[in-house]
Design a protein around this ligand. Structure first.
Ligand code: G3H
Ligand code: 13P
Ligand code: ZN
Length: 328
């Protein structure tokens, strides 16, 4: 059954687990997640970016959501708009059956200046006012993922911090977070703690100087009742890098967010953990393997099925690691 993000995360908070939120663009990714959830008896958050919506088309997305609800009537499913950038994007997501929307007002944030903060509060508050009228949940974001040092137009672009985390203005400020949640009435808050989107987050296994889990703890202490969201939370497992590179890929060595850090976050209010890159890597590695080992193969099912199995495995592992097993 379809449920809102709020219902799902309230349950996660009560039973102290974390929900992985996996990005989807197509049927294969949707089925991989649903199969993992079915086998582990876990609830589901599917999320689609603006790019996913234009890739598949809103009508296709809308009916994939409906299909999931029919195919898996016993699994609670939340369909979430990832990184909505306007009221219009959020409202059109709601008309396409989404039960939750992210209004990412931080996309316009250049620094912690009053003007951009005011914009974020205003637009996120307006989305929450509209969405709540129809029972849809809202995630807001405060702070900025990735490095501002790369310059205008390159924010949230997949570039992590190169050096140490002295860019304190990028991280979410706990006092401002309290003001933001009170003013916007968001159901969940995405925080900036040094992660970035994509595979290239860190050049070494992150420690506290580049991955600020202490900021999660400070925000949770200030806002114990608010569901926190970690973006850019793929772990970029070494074995997936190795499979891709073993079968003809060229991914330079990189490091993601260690699962044990996410598990620590879950002890301090993190309830939604966004994962896209790990799934992309699992799919790509599996497809590369089939292509490398069987060059005569041309039936898409012969490489898409292994890719679904590989993605399902990643999803199952995250459900287990985040304590969501049996919570459906
Ligand atoms: O926000 C980042 C997610 O990984 C979605 O990526 O915008 O390429 O679909 P995308
Ligand atoms: P990753 O690129 O780390 O998977 O992050 C995904 C994300 O935050 C989607 O909003
Ligand atoms: Zn994100």
């Amino acid at each position: 059954a379809l449920i809102s993000l709020r219902q799902l995360l309230d349950h996660a908070a009560e039973y102290e687990y974390g929900m992985p939120a996996f990005n989807v663009n197509n049927m294969e990714q949707v089925l991989s997640i649903m199969n993992a959830a079915k086998k582990t008896d876990s609830p589901v958050i599917l999320q689609a970016s603006r790019g996913a919506r234009s890739y598949a088309g809103d009508i296709m997305i809308k009916h994939m959501i409906q299909a999931v609800a029919e195919m898996y009537p016993d699994i609670p499913v939340c369909m979430h708009q990832d990184h909505g950038n306007s009221l219009g994007t959020c409202l059109s997501a709601i008309s396409a059956n989404f039960t939750s929307v992210m209004m990412d007002g931080s996309l316009e944030t250049d620094a912690k200046t009053p003007a951009t903060y005011e914009y974020n509060c205003t637009v996120t508050g307006k989305v929450a006012e509209c969405a709540h009228l129809v029972g849809v949940s809202v995630e807001g974001e405060l702070g900025c993922l990735g490095s501002l040092e790369t310059g205008a137009g390159e924010k949230e672009d997949g570039h992590g911090f190169e050096g140490t985390l002295d860019h304190s203005q990028l991280l979410t400020d706990p006092d401002q977070a309290a003001d933001f949640v009170a003013r916007t009435q968001v159901d969940a808050l995405a925080v900036a703690i040094g992660t970035s989107h994509g595979a290239y987050k860190f050049t070494r296994k992150p420690t506290g100087d580049i991955l600020a889990m202490n900021v999660v703890k400070a925000i949770h202490a200030r806002l114990p009742g608010t569901h926190l969201v970690m973006h850019g939370s793929s772990s970029v497992p070494q074995e997936l890098q190795d499979i891709i590179n073993q079968y003809g890929g060229e991914m330079p060595q990189t490091f993601g967010v260690p699962v044990e850090e996410i598990v620590e976050g879950i002890k301090h209010g993190v309830r939604k953990v966004n994962i896209d890159t790990d799934c992309r890597m699992a799919i790509t590695g599996a497809i590369r393997k089939v292509f490398a080992e069987n060059k005569a193969e041309f039936d898409p099912r012969k490489y898409l099925k292994p890719s679904m199995d590989a993605m399902e495995k990643v999803c199952r592992e995250r459900y287990e690691q985040f304590g969501a097993v049996g919570m459906a």
